[in-house]
Design a binder for this molecule. Structure first.
Ligand code: CO8
Length: 260
């Protein structure tokens, strides 16, 4: 079912079961991320973030581009004052802090802000044609929505420095080898694999999935002992949730769980 009732111009949205898919749709500009794209992605994703009927969100583009970065034409008319006063990228921080699990499905270019957008998602799936890069250095700037931090945490200092300082693109197998993406599939299978992964995540109790996700994210923030304490608190807390009782009872009764 196509759900374009919001009147978005730069994205397409589709709900299938408990999965919301947001497709970036500025094909002529290789899905370059301008303010309108940000506004529409953030609006749509925020509305559904607290919707109990949405258990997973998918972000994708088209075969040629996931997103070729921030819109350079829009960036090039900014100055220090406009960037600073408007906190130009703050909306992307709000996007990153949404709590519903997010899956990025990448074909073609995921460059600059496009690579950073993918890294704000919890799972990155790539087609064999995907190309990742942080080429900002080539246009006289640096990654601005988390690339220097998230890429380094994901792939380590050596590969992050290599990509960010040379601006080179890496292909999907290399992205998988360094740990940037979790799966690489043929182009024609990307949609079905993504929907399958997202539907699987969305089939589990949303509160439990959010807790698991929060624990994994905590590992990026704190040292091992603090992370273990956080995990243990979450683990104890989930015994207050119906999903735990139903999931374990169903296993013991040898029947499928009825989560919702
Ligand atoms: N911004 C604006 N327009 C773009 C962008 C972009 N990032 N990328 C491509 N386009 C446009 C081109 O201008 C062109 O438009 P037109 O047809 O009107 O001339 C159209 O898309 C097609 O592009 P090309 O003709 O260049 O296509 P090619 O196949 O020859 O090349 C490339 C494809 C290699 C992807 C090339 O387009 C390219 O290098 N693009 C720029 C990549 C880049 O530098 N990305 C980083 C941008 S800076 C950034 O992301 C900063 C991050 C900080 C915050 C992010 C917040 C969102």
């Amino acid at each position: 079912m196509r759900d374009d009732v919001q009147g978005y111009e730069t994205i397409l949205t589709e709900k299938v079961g408990r999965v919301l898919t947001i497709t970036l749709n500025r094909p002529k500009a290789l899905n370059a991320l301008n303010s309108q794209v940000l506004e529409e992605v953030l609006d749509c994703a925020s509305i559904h973030d607290t919707d109990p009927d949405i258990g997973c969100m998918v972000f994708t583009g088209n075969a040629r581009a996931f997103a070729a970065g921030a819109d350079i034409a829009e960036l090039n008319v900014q100055d220090y004052g406009s960037m600073y006063e408007t906190a130009f990228f703050a909306g992307w921080d709000r996007f990153a802090s949404l709590r519903t699990p997010k899956v990025a499905a990448v074909s073609g270019y995921a460059l600059g802000g496009g690579c950073e957008l993918a890294m704000m998602c919890d799972v990155i799936l790539a087609s064999e044609t995907a190309r990742f890069g942080q080429p900002e250095v080539k246009i006289g700037c640096i990654p601005g929505i988390g690339g220097t931090q998230r890429l380094t945490k994901l792939v380590g200092r050596a590969c992050a420095m290599d990509m960010i300082l040379t601006g080179r693109m890496i292909d999907a197998p290399e992205a998988q080898a360094i740990g940037l993406v979790s799966r690489v599939v043929p182009e024609e299978d990307l949609h079905s694999t993504t929907q399958e992964v997202a539907a699987t995540i969305a089939s589990y109790p949303k509160d439990i999935v959010m807790m698991a996700r929060a624990c994994v994210n905590e590992a990026e923030e704190v040292g091992l002992n603090a992370g273990l304490r956080f995990e243990r608190q979450m683990y104890h807390a989930l015994y207050g949730l119906p999903a735990q009782r139903e999931g374990m009872t169903a296993f013991l009764e040898k029947r499928p769980p009825k989560f919702r």
